[in-house]
Design a protein. Sequence first.
Length: 330
Amino acid sequence: MSTDASPDITGSTSAALNGTPLPADDPERQLIAKAVREVKDTTPLAQSFTNFVTVNLVANAQLAAGGTAAMSYLPDDIIDTAAIAKATYINVGTLLPFFKDALGNIARSLQAMHHPWVLDPVAAGIGRTRSAILWAFRSAPPTIVRGNASEIIALAGIWDLNVPSAGSDTGAKEGTTRPAGVEAVDDVDSATNAAIVMARYLRSYAPNHRAAVAVSGATDLVTDGDTVYRLPGGSSMMTKITGAGCSLGGVTATYLAVADPLTAALAASALYNRASEQAAEGCTGPGSFQTRFLDALWNVTAEDIAASPIIVSHVPTSQNSVSPDTAGTA
């Protein structure tokens, strides 16, 4: 691994991030509604290199949200399609031997093209090959990282980000999380500092210095490094179907095709909360829930999504964003 410098950023305590409800007339809510409408009006293409197990649900969710899907595992095909796609989604859930070199090359090509993309670091922290693939993204990072709390904490460790730990409720350093396959063993609040630091790191590489990190859980967390948004709600039935998180990553890319990273991550999380709640009403089990969920993704309105409960808090400004000079190079 490279010994390049890591960003020196301090996070903030959970007490400082209790937050207040996002006002109904806040411009961010208007941006969320605009993104939802624009996806349905323009059906943007967001391609995916995703988990074999969940590829069907990812594609169907993108279509149900109003976008267009394209799925591929050929590096040249992904790079060529990026020229016409508005965004790309990469998920490392199931690995083949050639992925170790191919995914890093894809990321570097997307970076050279200034092409926005979403990373789902599935099972981060498990196995040397997976860690090597995720390390390769460090010097050509995505626009948005979306994962569960354990994955975000583990990825921050793999990338050697300087994540502060101010107690058990405010963050975790590498090694304190316990990877458990694709399931989270950490709560969302414990990943707050890692998410903030990671968002600032991503911003240092983004052409327009805009990026976001989304952490899924009982209450979702989305941050651009300056502001933390928490989105309560959703149905526990989402944990009973394969691919809920993977498909959320794909839909996040669909919104990234038309919106800035923060808005895309917020819109996708809010959509999934509202759609899963609707789907859970009257479902008789995981099978009927998944069918109803796809229908709800199609039927939930931009107004309902934008009106979702959102708690907002601002990160203390004692530390500024990472500059490209100090963010590290590989």
